[in-house]
Every structure is written in C-alpha cells, then in structure tokens.
Design a protein around this ligand. Structure first.
Ligand SMILES: Cc1ncc(COP(=O)(O)O)c(C=O)c1O
Length: 349
C-alpha cells in the first residue's frame, strides 16, 4: 500500500470533507454576477454579521481580497503603509503597485509582526510638495501564526485614524486569532474599516475569502472585482463550503493549536533545529536549521513522505538561518505529527 504524504506546507492544502461536499452538492444557486445567488448572499450576510459590519463581498482568494481592498481605499499614486514581511507586500506579486499604481511602503516589524509606533508616525505623509499621500494602513493578524496583541493593534489603528488614514486588516487567519485569544470577530470589526478573512486556510474550504466593510466601500469593491475578472456565476457551490466551514470548523482550530505546540516542543528537542517556541501561538511552527544542512533535511523529510516548503533564508540576531515552516491543519493528525518528529530525530548529516 502506498503511504500517504503528510502535508505540512500550508493549511490551504486540505480536501473538503464529506459533510462539506454534501453542503456544496445541496447548495441553492443563482448567478452571482447578477447578484442573485442566494447562497453567496447568505455567506456574505453571515460574515458581515460576525464582524458587525453592514456589507461583505465573496471573492475567489485572499490575494484578490487584499488587492481589491487596497485599490478601493487608495487612488493611483497614493500610499499604503504595511509590514515588510506581511503577505500584502511580500507574497502578493506586487499586485497593488503593478495593477493599481499604489505605492506600498513596507515598514520593518519585530519578530512578532508588530509595527513600531514611532516608525509609523514618521512614515505617514500628507502629500505636500513632492511627497506621495499616505491613504491606508494595512495590518495582518495572525502574522505567521502569531496573534497580534489587541492593545497593540488598537494603538496603531488609533494613530492611523488620528492622521486620517483608513485601516485594513489582512485576516487570512483571523479565525485562528479569534479562537486563540478569545477576542470576538466583531471586536476586530470595530477596530478596522475593512477586513478580509480566508475560508480556504484553517477553516478548510476549497476556495474563497470574504471582504467586509461599509456598503459604499463594498459596492466599489464589487466593481473592482468585476474589472479584475473575479465575478463568479453559480458560486453558491463555493459559498456553501464557506458556510459549512464557519459552522463546523471554527472551534476545532484549538486542536490544531494544541497539536502545533506539541510538535514545536518536540522539535525543540531535535539538535539540528532551533525552534522559537515563544512565537508558536496557533497552527504554525518554525524550525531553523544551519543553511548547509537545509537541502539534506528537506530531502530526508521528502523521502519519509513528509511534504514541506523549501526553507526560506532568514536573518536572526545577525546570522542567516534556513527556516522551515510546518503548518498544522484539518488534514494533519497525531500520526502525521509523530511521523515528522520521528523523521527529524532520525536525520543524520
Ligand atoms: C496572511 C495571508 N494573507 C493573504 C493570503 C492570500 O490568500 P490566497 O492564497 O487565498 O490568495 C495568505 C495565503 O497564504 C496569507 O497567508
């Protein structure tokens, strides 16, 4: 019998369970480009009400959700301030700049993903003379699985608001932050003008993100979605998976968090790895290895039928490490975790 791969690359790799597939099969659909798909409407209303926001828009991906949020907030030549390692700047193929002419100003964050208030203060520009005009602050929570302390988010948002900036939260994994911190979705909804949340990460849906905000904002976002080719037709089939995910897969995220912490504690005993336990808050575990051993460890794990992304180079306290990222999710069970621990222990240079 072929052994199955244990896939730690991301929480995006999950397959819809039978219950979710059943909900998709049963979905009542219309044509959402004519705004008459009842299941899409139901999902949008559900997510809007979670955040206590008046409106929401269902989108195909988190990247498109963030892109559309930025392009709706900012005109060409205006600036968004974000974190240098946030997804919006580092992993979205420069879409806001290349497609929307928006200047992305990435600030250095600390290891937990927090922005420095003074850096933020001196980076906001009024658009006087030769300067671009800063329009938006875009934050991220969780950041690499790390839950941003609510009070810190509050301080940066207050500062941004005082300078008349709009605020957006990339909440691709906000569900993990909600379950871990006990802060409600609507507490984040109160803080930010707009939030995007992914259904296809820890929540386990195959596709989809929802952007929430004010009605006139969402109307403009809907037009941009059309311009970018993201208008969908019988997308109620996908929205049904999202509704199922919110109703069934939210509270179970705490199991992923416990599994991730168990994994992290055990990997921290493996001599080849340096595991920063202090930043394992939810479902993501980082393990750093000397760069000269990275390829061999990667090959070793692959041979043991463990799928991981090739480790990224990362400077930590002046030294370059290779950083593995292990993501725990719906399709990772205790056996997969034990397999990864055992395989790492068996690695020899
Ligand atoms: C923090 C964050 N934001 C946005 C995204 C983009 O989501 P998608 O892959 O659906 O475009 C990701 C994807 O991993 C992410 O980790």
């Amino acid at each position: 019998m072929r052994t199955r791969f244990s896939d730690f690359r991301s929480d995006t790799v999950t397959s819809p369970c039978l219950g979710m597939r059943h909900a998709m099969y049963e979905a009542n659909v219309g044509d959402d480009d004519y705004s008459d798909d009842p299941t899409v409407k139901k999902l949008e209303e559900k997510v809007a009400s979670l955040f206590d926001k008046p409106s929401a828009l269902f989108l195909p991906s988190g990247t498109q959700s963030n892109l559309i949020a930025i392009l709706t907030h900012c005109q060409r030549g205006e600036e968004v301030i974000t974190g240098k390692e946030y997804h919006v700047y580092a992993w979205e193929a420069g879409g806001a700049s290349s497609l929307g002419g928006v200047i992305v100003n990435p600030l250095i964050t600390d290891e937990t993903g927090a922005l420095n208030l003074d850096d933020l203060k001196i980076s906001i520009k009024k658009g006087n003379g030769h300067e671009p005009s800063t329009r938006l602050l875009s934050m991220e929570n969780t950041f690499g699985g790390i839950v941003q302390p609510y009070e810190k988010l509050e301080s940066v948002v207050q500062l941004a608001r005082a300078q008349n900036l709009s605020t957006h939260l990339d909440g691709a994994r906000l569900a993990n932050a909600v379950v871990k911190s006990g802060n409600s979705f609507n507490s984040y909804g109160r803080l930010f003008d707009t939030i995007s949340i992914c259904l296809s990460k820890g929540l386990g849906a195959p596709v989809g993100s929802v952007l929430v905000g004010a009605p006139n904002f969402i109307e403009r976002a809907r037009r941009l979605r059309k311009q970018l080719g993201g208008g969908m037709r019988q997308s109620g089939i996908l929205a049904a998976a999202g509704i199922y995910a919110i109703e069934n897969n939210l509270n179970r995220l705490s199991f992923d968090h416990e599994n991730a912490f168990f994994l992290a504690k055990n990997l921290s005993q493996v001599s080849m790895f340096r595991v920063p336990l202090n930043i394992v808050h939810t479902n993501i575990v980082f393990a750093d290895i000397e760069p000269e051993n990275a390829q061999a460890m990667y090959n070793h794990l692959t041979n043991d039928k463990i799928k991981v992304n090739y480790p990224e180079p990362k400077r930590i306290n002046g030294k370059i490490w290779s950083r593995f990222r292990f993501v725990v999710h719906l399709d990772i069970n205790q056996e997969d975790i034990n397999k990864l621990i055992e395989s790492s222990n068996n690695f020899r240079k």
